[in-house]
Design a protein around this ligand. Structure first.
Ligand code: ASP
Ligand code: MG
Length: 424
């Protein structure tokens, strides 16, 4: 069996959904699991809704709910015309969402988030599964909350692999038995705890779902269908001459995803590597183009790859009592970063100071600095950019440093990372 994953951009309108239908008809063979994200920008819209719910902003809540409902209802209209029967499921799911919103917010923001934001995937898969059946592409919709078992770290839930394997094999494996051409559809991004509370796997987590299912079913391969031609060596928005990486070993793909190449979710590759399942990244706009293939261990490409992380903060942490930076201080500092959920992207220590480049989020950052201030003095620069170049050479460095000042840098044989800001 094979796994296809389609993200929000590939299913944002009837036309886009028809394109996905064609891709499945023309590019799939044998048994297929189709993993689908929320439509268009619906996850962001649901996050706004969640915030309004949590802050009890009734007017905003109403307005945001109406927008989300309208978006799905109008796609349902486009897909099903005046066949009201087929639109019922969308109405039913929107009612369930409304019912969630009527509940008082709990103390646990992340729990509430998962109960609400998961509706993006519930709505998209229902619409698409119904539409494909209506168009004669027979399929069965599986609720991922009965497949993907997780523990209860809401918004970043960890997969319980044994239970998940058992469930996927039982349900999807059972469905595929004794036939060689069936289609199962399920939601990316969501799962459930043993108590059957909905969880999510982290933003952009649908790729990961595709990998989980492939792993548990020993899939032949996985294809992630994207709005870019495949994995590129740089973001084409900023590098017009970006080139496609045709074949990349797992290890290199993990590194690129880890440093922030946003084409594939970083957790996706490891499970596939463990079972040596090839991963294709292909364009849903040009489905017959070759795309990128991630497999094997041999690094053939030594093309420099550029990865930019914007909105970074560079901070130096210095103990107030002039003690050295050593294990005790580290454990205090790391504990605080973990507590506030701030991701460290780069770090370095000297005798009396510890320097960190991290993702910047104003609220969490301020809270972190307040806490650090009791033991340390803290200095920082905002609006920094973290640039990572794999397979660098001097020319590649010069090329990107134009108009930028380097505040901090770290080098290994294959990778250079620089924290840079604009030249004033
Ligand atoms: N819909 C979720 C998100 O936008 C999951 C995904 O797209 O992979 O984060
Ligand atoms: Mg999405």
């Amino acid at each position: 069996m094979r796994v296809f994953k389609f993200g929000g951009a590939s299913i944002s309108s009837k036309q886009a959904i028809d394109n996905v239908l064609d891709i499945i008809k023309n590019h799939a063979s044998g048994n297929l699991v189709v993993v689908i994200s929320a439509m268009g920008k619906m996850t962001n819209a649901l996050e706004v809704l969640m915030k309004a719910h949590h802050e009890n902003l009734k007017e905003n809540l109403k307005k945001q709910y109406a927008e989300i409902a309208q978006y799905h209802l109008s796609i349902a209209d486009d897909l099903f015309g005046d066949n009201d029967e087929l639109k019922k499921n969308t109405g039913y799911l929107l009612k369930q969402l409304d019912y969630q919103l009527e509940k008082e917010p709990t103390e646990n923001y992340d729990y509430d988030y998962d109960q609400i934001v998961s509706f993006g995937e519930l709505l998209s898969t229902q619409l698409i599964s119904d539409y494909f059946n209506y168009k004669g592409l027979k399929n069965k919709l599986f609720d991922a909350r009965f497949l993907i078992r997780t523990e209860d770290t809401y918004r970043e839930a960890r997969v319980e692999w044994d239970k998940t394997s058992e469930k996927v094999q039982q349900q999807i494996g059972g469905f595929f038995k004794n036939s060689d051409s069936k289609i199962a559809i399920t939601q990316g991004f969501i799962g459930a705890t043993a108590e059957h509370n909905t969880t999510t796997l982290g933003r952009e987590g649908s790729d990961y779902t595709a990998a989980i299912i492939a792993y548990t079913m020993d899939a032949k391969d996985v294809t992630i269908w994207k709005d870019v031609p495949g994995l590129l060596n740089a973001d084409p928005k900023y590098f017009p001459d970006a080139v496609l990486l045709n074949e990349i070993p797992y290890r290199e793909a993990i590194e690129l995803a880890f440093y922030g190449a946003s084409v594939i979710h970083p957790k996706t590759i490891k499970p596939l590597q463990n079972k040596q399942i090839p991963l294709y990244v292909k364009s849903f706009i040009n489905p017959s183009h070759e795309g990128s293939l991630i497999q094997g261990n041999l690094l053939q490409n030594t093309i420099p790859c550029y990865i930019f992380k914007r909105n970074q903060v560079l901070l130096s942490i210095i103990p107030k009592d002039f003690s050295f930076i050593e294990e005790e201080n580290f454990s205090l500092i790391f504990g605080l970063f973990a507590h506030f959920g701030i991701r460290i992207n780069l770090m370095q220590n000297s005798a009396i100071s510890f320097t960190v480049c991290a993702d910047y989020n104003p609220n969490q950052f301020q809270a972190l600095v307040d806490e650090l201030n009791t033991e340390f003095s803290v200095r920082y620069n905002l609006n920094m950019e973290l640039i990572t170049i794999r397979n660098y050479d001097d020319e590649t460095i010069d090329r990107i440093l134009n108009q930028r000042k380097v505040y901090f840098e770290q080098k290994s044989r294959s990778t250079i990372q620089m924290v840079v800001g604009k030249v004033k």
